[in-house]
Design a protein around this ligand. Structure first.
Ligand code: ZN
Ligand code: ZN
Length: 363
């Protein structure tokens, strides 16, 4: 069967022919992959900046944003049947007995760093016709979401951030009456975040470098949210123009913006960082003012990565809600569907919002 793999030592990304996987353990599930979403992480891996093959292998099969159909289940599998649609969780636990989060089933909080991530770090991904995975890491998706369920994995990053933000607001000794939310970035994560904010009753704003006439800006307005372009309003004057926010989710990965983002928080506000900046990025900040505000205004800034099963379940619930509230806008997030052999091209030239690989589509 065909798959897309990166060979870091040869610095190549290519279509490979590999044997079809088979069930081995009792809780194994054989899956036929239907769709795989591509994102910045895939682009970084395919430009050899990031990612690592499974131990002993010279290549890594790409793809972590999956949607697949169950073909066959091991005799110990109880929650899934052939024909079910599933999304696979990305991160898998480290082997260390002392890692409490991994032992508690939350490898997204792993403390040793020895976790694996399918399609990213030490484990093959889903850009293959068939894959085998353990029942434990598969999340069942309702059939009515088949067209959009490839968005569950990126959405789980936001539902995890929202869950963490909620616990942080819970520390306040009064009802904060949360009203205003800001998403920084108008890529898939920023736009999905705007959808979560709107669905949860927030007045939502998206701030990004795309112009106010761009497709993402239009999509934001179709949700009933506001859009402000950084080309017209620098982040320093965003609070002046648009007011301050109870909660801000950053999804850009641009270090200067990540550092400046606290300037738009209300007192007692929360900023969640999800973008991954370049290690070489430097930025000039007025550290005194930034830290002074953080203290004097009880602000909380936290980073968040990956997601646990409850966040995937919450993502599925949100997606169902989005399909009632603004189904057309959700469909518009997926701007391109391409066959497997167009992946190398797709990864070098970013187009539209979310690019999805359709595994059963011939070129
Ligand atoms: Zn991704
Ligand atoms: Zn761990």
């Amino acid at each position: 069967m065909q798959a897309i793999a990166v060979f870091p030592s040869k610095k190549s990304l290519q279509l490979v022919d590999i044997p079809q996987p088979k069930l081995q353990g009792a809780t194994d599930v054989l899956l036929r992959v239907r769709e795989v979403g591509l994102c910045g992480t895939d682009r970084e891996i395919s430009s050899f900046e990031y990612g690592s093959p499974p131990p002993g292998s010279d290549h890594l099969i790409l793809g972590h944003e999956s949607l697949a159909e169950v073909v066959e289940v091991g005799r110990g599998v109880h929650s899934l049947r052939p024909g079910d649609l599933v999304v696979a969780m990305v991160r898998r636990p480290c082997p260390h007995a002392e890692c409490r989060p991994c032992r508690a089933g939350r490898p997204d909080f792993c403390v040793t760093g020895d976790f694996t991530e399918r399609g990213i770090k030490g484990a093959d991904g889903f850009l293959a016709e068939h894959v085998v995975d353990d029942e434990e890491y598969l999340v069942k998706v309702p059939r009515v979401l088949a067209d959009v369920a490839v968005l569950v994995e990126p959405l789980s990053v936001i539902t995890k951030a929202a869950d963490q933000a909620r616990s942080i607001f819970d520390r306040l000794p009064y009802d904060p009456g949360l009203q205003r939310g800001l998403a920084l970035g108008a890529g898939p994560i920023g736009l999905l975040c705007a959808m979560v904010l709107v669905a949860e009753g927030f007045e939502a704003l998206v701030y990004s470098r795309d112009s106010e006439e761009s497709k993402p800006a239009e999509l934001v307005r179709s949700l009933g949210a506001h859009y402000v372009s950084s080309t017209r309003t620098p982040v320093e004057s965003l609070a002046e123009r648009s007011g301050r926010f109870d909660v801000v989710l950053e999804a850009v990965g641009f270090a200067p913006l990540m550092l400046a983002a606290t300037q738009v928080l209300k007192a007692n506000g929360v900023l969640a960082l999800t973008g991954v900046p370049s290690q070489a990025a430097t930025a000039e900040v007025n550290a005194g003012r930034a830290l002074r505000n953080l203290v004097l205004r009880n602000e909380v800034v936290f980073g968040t990565v990956n997601a646990g099963r409850r966040d995937y379940l919450s993502a599925i619930q949100h997606l169902e809600q989005f399909m009632v509230l603004f189904p057309e806008s959700v469909h518009k997030l997926i701007t391109h569907r391409v066959p497997l052999d167009e992946v190398p091209q797709m990864l070098t030239q970013k187009r539209g919002i979310k690019n999805v690989v359709e595994m059963n589509r011939a070129a």
